[in-house]
Design a protein. Structure first.
Length: 210
C-alpha cells in the first residue's frame, strides 16, 4: 500500500485528490496539510511514501519545502502538483529534489500513474520537462539571466510579470512589502533590466508567463 500525504492550502482540492486516491486499491491518504510547517509536522507524525506538494503555500515556497523534506525524510518521494505551467517551476523543483512535476490540469489517471512511478523510485516528467532538462545539460556557462535567480527572486519575477503589485506579492509570499521590494531590486540588477515593463517583456519573450 502506497502511503500518501497531500499538501495544498485549498481544502476542496485536497478532498478531490483524496477521492481519486480512494478509488485505487494500492494507495491511501495518511495525512493532509495546508502549509509547509504543517507538512513537516504531518511527516513526523505519519509515515508517508509519497507527498503531493503544491508550489504556492502560505508560509513557504514549495521548492524550498522540497529541500526541507528531502533533508529530513530522504526516503520520501515528492511529486509537485501545481497550478503553475511546467516551464515556470518544473526544473527548479526537480533540481531541489522533487521526483516529478504535474500541473493541476492533469487527468486523474495521469496523477495515479505519476504516484506509482515515483514510488517505484523513478522520476516522472512530461515530454516538455524532459526536453527542458535535455536542453539545460552542459549549458551552465550560458545560463539565461532568469536561471541565475534564487527561488524567492524567481517567484517575485513571475508574480511581477503576471501583473501583481508589490502589496499583492507580499501577501502571497507572506513577506513584508519592503522585503519584496528588495527581491525586485535584486531581480532587476541580476537580469540587467531597468523596470517592471522590461521585466514583463523578458518573461513573455522567454515563455515564463503568457
Amino acid at each position: 500500500m502506497i502511503r500518501i500525504g497531500i499538501v495544498d492550502d485549498h481544502a476542496i482540492l485536497r478532498r478531490g485528490i483524496a477521492q481519486i486516491i480512494a478509488e485505487c486499491g494500492d494507495m491511501q491518504v495518511v495525512g493532509e496539510a495546508g502549509t509547509s510547517a504543517l507538512a513537516m509536522r504531518m511527516l513526523r507524525e505519519n509515515a508517508c511514501d509519497v507527498v503531493l506538494l503544491d508550489i504556492s503555500l502560505p508560509d513557504r515556497n514549495g521548492v524550498e519545502t522540497v529541500k526541507l523534506i528531502r533533508k529530513e525524510f530522504p526516503k520520501v518521494h515528492v511529486l509537485m502538483l501545481s497550478m503553475h505551467p511546467e516551464n515556470q517551476y518544473a526544473l527548479r523543483a526537480l533540481k531541489a529534489g522533487a521526483a516529478g512535476y504535474l500541473t493541476k490540469q492533469s487527468a486523474p489517471s495521469q496523477l495515479v500513474s505519476a504516484i506509482r512511478q515515483v514510488h517505484g523510485g523513478r522520476k516522472y516528467v512530461t515530454p516538455l520537462v524532459a526536453e527542458e532538462l535535455a536542453n539545460s545539460i552542459g549549458q551552465d556557462s550560458e545560463k539565461p539571466p532568469h536561471q541565475t535567480l534564487s527561488n524567492r527572486e524567481y517567484q517575485t519575477m513571475c508574480l511581477i510579470a503576471s501583473g501583481r503589485t508589490l502589496t499583492e506579492i507580499a501577501q502571497q509570499m507572506s513577506l513584508s512589502v519592503k522585503t519584496v521590494s528588495v527581491y525586485r531590486g535584486r531581480v532587476l540588477e541580476k537580469m540587467r533590466l531597468k523596470n517592471n515593463a522590461e521585466l514583463t517583456h523578458y518573461a513573455i519573450k522567454n515563455g515564463i508567463v503568457d
